[in-house]
Structures are given as structure tokens and as C-alpha cells.
Design a protein around this ligand. Structure first.
Ligand code: ZN
Length: 150
């Protein structure tokens, strides 16, 4: 890895839960993400496309497709009444989800906290996919292909 994206400087311009669940939306990366250093180093990334799709829970949360300048985010994990509710994140991965019953029994405050966790986790998945785009720009194609679909 030649470049690691510093996520302390990254900010999402949208709340993923505010995207209409039944919409299939597309926006540019700069519409989705504020990140001055990243866009200074790789201005071409601003125009990369981010698609929001429903791909089901048996597939990846996000995908960068090499050669198309497109990141696809799987809304089924991040949006809608029936999305899985995150209980625990460790080392950048979701390690536990709430069962439906557990989640329903949470206080409003705990539900709000889960919502914030989801937003943060969504941001980290976006940045992970951006990392693949950077790998492609830098010519590390083997990296890109090895990690496709993650
Ligand atoms: Zn990956």
C-alpha cells in the first residue's frame, strides 16, 4: 500500500439513512465526501461516481469496480427499517449485530447511538473503496483486482 487515507479529515456530506430506500441514487464522490487532502492529491477522484444500490445482504457492503471509476455502496446494510443493526465494531469490522428483538428493546438514546455507529461505519467502507481507487491510480492493479468485491 503506497497511500493510506487519513480518515480523521474525512466528512460525509450526507446521512446514509436519509437516502430514500427505494431510490437508486448516483452522486459524485465530492458530493458524498469532504476530504481536502485526498482531493488535493487526487483531484480526479472528485468526479468518480458513487452508486447506491440494493445488492442484498449476502454480498459486499461496498465495491470498487476497476476501470469504471465507480464505487457501489450496498444500501441494504445502511438504510431502511430492516437493515442489520450494528452492535459492535472492532478493528474496522462489524463483529456483532443486534437481533431484531434486542434492537427493538433498546432505548431511543441507544438507537440513536447505533445510528451514529452506522454512519461512521458507512464512512469507513466508503474510504476503503476510495483506497482501491487510489491503488488503481497508483498502478497497483494486482491490489485492486485482489480486493474486488470486498
Ligand atoms: Zn477491499
Amino acid at each position: 500500500m503506497v497511500f493510506t487515507i487519513d480518515d480523521t479529515d474525512a466528512k460525509l456530506n450526507i446521512n446514509v439513512e436519509d437516502i430514500g430506500f427505494n431510490d437508486t441514487k448516483t452522486m459524485s464522490l465530492e458530493q458524498l465526501l469532504s476530504h481536502n487532502d485526498l482531493f488535493k492529491d487526487y483531484p480526479q477522484l472528485k468526479k468518480y461516481k458513487v452508486e447506491f444500490k440494493h445488492l442484498g445482504l449476502d454480498t459486499a457492503m461496498g465495491v470498487y469496480t476497476a476501470g469504471t471509476n465507480t464505487i457501489t455502496m450496498n444500501l441494504d446494510y445502511f438504510n431502511g427499517e430492516n437493515r442489520p443493526r450494528i452492535k459492535e465494531v472492532k478493528d474496522g469490522n462489524v463483529t456483532r449485530y443486534y437481533t431484531k428483538e434486542e434492537f427493538n428493546n433498546l432505548s431511543e438514546e441507544e438507537k440513536q447511538k447505533e445510528s451514529e455507529t452506522t454512519q461512521r461505519f458507512f464512512a469507513s467502507v466508503v474510504l476503503h473503496e476510495v483506497q482501491h481507487a487510489v491503488q488503481e491510480i497508483e498502478g497497483n492493479f494486482s491490489d485492486v483486482y485482489a480486493s474486488m468485491g470486498e
